[in-house]
Design a protein around this ligand. Structure first.
Ligand code: IVH
Length: 693
């Protein structure tokens, strides 16, 4: 077969070369193998990509085609042979030639100082001990056995003595060389290290899993473990696993390096991935400095770690120190306080937010997570509880990262009791007893009590009202609002302005001076802007920018209060959902009463005449796109312009309406992206006729 039969247009082989055809293919496949392996190594091990993915894929397909036509040319270290063989029914056990040990943990500075002291004493040294420091990867320990340079077996740690044979799956990890980069390989070498998944790959994997309705992984470690435990290697091959080497088992017919750092340097030469975040340091202070520097950059690392590892650098010293039970005396893991912990869900309750949103919350048996005792963790919403299938009685993994709210990540299937109970969304609000409703198109269930009936919403609404971007009333924190509402001193925002010195000074932890400051702040807040006032009302879907648009458009409060839904829709920023929400708010007599009371309390702002003039269409820009059912574009444009509107050819933030007909294309998409109202011909005609009235 000629090259051009395989790859039309490919001219990478000189067909006239004075070699036989078979030699030609052999040479080409050898070159392709080396080339592909070189690129994989650059990408996965050196973190320094040398060719674009598409280029790699092209070379890969060429090699595949050659091997298909000439199966005798296939070698076991060919990159095409990473995913091979049928699915297994189980992983056969592998007995480790040398046990895979665990490692002792330290948590505090004094643990580290004690470790260094024990080491110095055991080694009988006066000066500082030299340590190799590296990261404690949060993945799974793996042993890779190479014989005469070829990867022959990969096994999990298992119980340390016996693991599972996961060779087929490990071969799919492109950073792991199938053949060592040396002409003089050891007869046998056991390379030990960690398989893990990068954070970004974990996020992508979970997104894919979610889309296809499959299992969501709690963290990158579980994702790596789940991926490695797939019986079908073709699944593992799609799972972006990585490997970092940090140790050695058996070594035959080769000289052992003198130090741990030397071992890692040797691995670099052999093409085995190791992590760059490593150092050689001296003494306890050197260890602590390394720990602190890594703690600082932990967030920026591409993978998760749960601490750092210290190892006495010289291997003769390691040997001298030996082992205690199943852990070496020469190594110590200095761990970060755990950000994840396991605990039991004792109950699932709900919390009511400012807008009445009901959030399921897991009530947990107290557990320390990252140094803080956690008893509650959010489950976000009802769908999330079902998706993660969290039940009362389950043992769960709880995570708390930085200052985010603790979150239930997943349950542990093996520990689910037979009587685990499913969460049932209550039908009544736990705070005010009003019915809980969930609209079909919404993920969130809400208390229907509003802030009039529901104390939780009242507190939330008041906190929003006083917040900096709303009425900006200084001195009101969570606790003050809580007290005022619980003691029935205030019910609505209007009541805030009725507060007197006496009622404030009576409250817990309220000094006279603070009470006076609060009264001053309330007084000051009375002079505000219409935009702030609208925003402070806490109308659902009316954020700060929509409030500003509403204020600008209507100019004064009465114009807004009397606006029709159509008129609301004319405001930039206001779509059908927002318009509906404003209409609902203004239809409630209690809300209107509140507004009147606030005005009566003396809240003022500069008022303008509305921007509206005699024509509803004046100043509005229309964009026509697609084929309208009856009107030609020209006719539609003429009608719009006759009513004072403008017609433009392109969609921007300033566009008032997009009139879309059949086969509308990019302009429609742009309008959707920008949230510009999209109408059809019928709606346009209605708008035009309304304007005439
Ligand atoms: S050395 C001789 N180095 O920690 C000690 N282990 O608790 C053998 N681990 O199962 C382990 N990063 O999965 C070592 N840089 C590192 C490590 C590391 C993570 C894990 C490994 C092992 C466990 C020991």
């Amino acid at each position: 077969m000629a090259q051009s039969d395989l790859f039309p247009g490919s001219a990478q082989i000189d067909a006239s070369a004075a070699v036989t055809e078979a030699d030609d293919w052999q040479a080409r496949s050898k070159w392709l193998r080396a080339e592909l392996n070189r690129h994989s190594h650059a990408y996965y091990v050196l973190d320094n990509p040398t060719i674009p993915d598409a280029e790699y894929d092209k070379l890969f397909r060429e090699l595949q085609a050659i091997e298909e036509a000439h199966p005798d040319l296939i070698t076991s270290d060919s990159p095409t042979q990473r995913v091979g063989g049928a699915a297994l029914s189980q992983f056969p056990p592998v007995r480790h030639s040398l046990p895979m040990l665990s490692i002792n943990n330290g948590f505090s500075e004094s643990d580290i100082i004690a470790f260094d002291r024990r080491t110095r004493e055991a080694l009988k040294v006066d000066g500082e001990v030299e340590y190799a420091t590296e990261l404690k990867f949060d993945g799974l320990a793996i042993n890779l056995r190479y014989e005469n340079g070829m990867l022959v077996q990969a096994a999990t740690r298992g119980d340390g003595a016996t693991g599972e044979n996961v060779t087929a799956n490990i071969r799919t990890i492109r950073g792991i060389p199938l053949r060592l980069h040396t002409d003089h390989p050891p007869k046998v070498i056991d390379v030990r290290g960690e398989v893990l998944m990068f954070k970004s790959d974990f996020i992508k994997l979970n997104a894919r899993q979610r889309e296809s309705g499959q299992k969501i992984f709690a963290n990158p470690r579980n994702a790596a473990a789940g991926s490695l435990r797939q019986l079908d290697p073709s699944i593992t091959s799609r799972r972006a696993l990585r490997f970092f080497a940090y140790g050695i088992g058996v070594l035959e017919d080769a000289e052992m390096p003198a130090s741990h750092a030397g071992l890692l340097d040797w691995y670099v030469q052999l093409g085995i991935p190791i992590c760059d975040e490593r150092a050689v340091v001296r003494g306890a202070q050197g260890l602590l400095n390394f720990f602190n520097s890594i703690a600082e950059k932990r967030k920026q690392l591409l993978y998760e770690i749960d601490g750092v590892v210290y190892k006495v650098n010289r291997l003769v010293d390691q040997k001298k120190l030996g082992f205690v039970s199943r852990a070496p005396r020469f190594a110590l893991a200095h761990k970060f306080p755990a950000e994840e912990a396991m605990t039991v869900v004792q109950d699932i309750g709900v919390q009511v937010g400012r807008t009445g949103a009901i959030t399921p919350v897991a009530r947990l048996a107290p557990v320390s997570v990252g140094g803080v005792v956690v008893t509650n963790a959010t489950l976000h919403n009802e769908d999330e509880v079902r998706r993660k299938d969290i039940r009362i009685g389950d043992t769960v993994i709880v995570r708390r990262a930085g200052d985010v709210i603790p979150e239930v990540m997943a349950f542990v299937p093996e520990l689910r009791p037979a009587d685990a109970r499913e969460f049932v969304m209550p039908t009544a609000c736990p705070v005010c007893g009003s019915p809980i409703v969930r609209l079909e198109e919404e993920a969130i269930a809400r208390c229907s009590g509003g802030w009039v009936k529901c104390a939780a919403q009242r507190k939330g609404g008041l906190l929003h009202f006083v917040s900096r971007r709303a009425m900006d009333i200084e001195g009101f924190g969570d606790q003050l609002i809580e007290q005022l509402v619980d003691k029935h001193v205030i019910k609505t925002a209007a009541d805030l302005y009725k507060l007197g010195f006496a009622s404030l000074a009576e409250l817990d932890r309220m000094a006279d001076k603070s009470a006076q400051n609060i009264l001053n702040a309330l007084e000051k807040s009375k002079s505000t802007t219409l935009a702030r006032f609208i925003y402070a009302l806490g109308i659902r879907h009316v954020g700060e920018s929509t409030a500003k648009e509403l204020a600008r458009h209507f100019g004064n409060l009465d114009a807004l209060l009397h606006a029709t839904e159509e008129q609301l829709l004319e405001v930039a920023d206001v779509g059908p959902v927002v318009a509906r929400s404003i209409m609902t708010f203004l239809a409630d007599p209690l809300n209107l009463e509140l507004i009147e009371q606030l005005r009566a309390a003396g809240i003022v702002w500069p008022e303008n005449t509305p921007e509206r003039n005699h024509s509803l269409l004046a100043g509005k820009t229309f964009v026509l796109t697609g084929t309208l059912p009856t009107l030609s574009r020209e006719a539609a444009a003429e009608m719009i312009e006759a009513e004072g509107g403008k017609v433009s050819g392109s969609v921007s933030k300033k566009t008032g309406y997009v009139v879309a007909g059949a086969d509308a294309g990019s302009k429609l998409a742009k309008a959707q992206e920008l949230g510009i109202p999209i109408i059809d011909e019928a709606a346009l005609l209605q708008l035009l006729s309304q304007n005439k009235q």
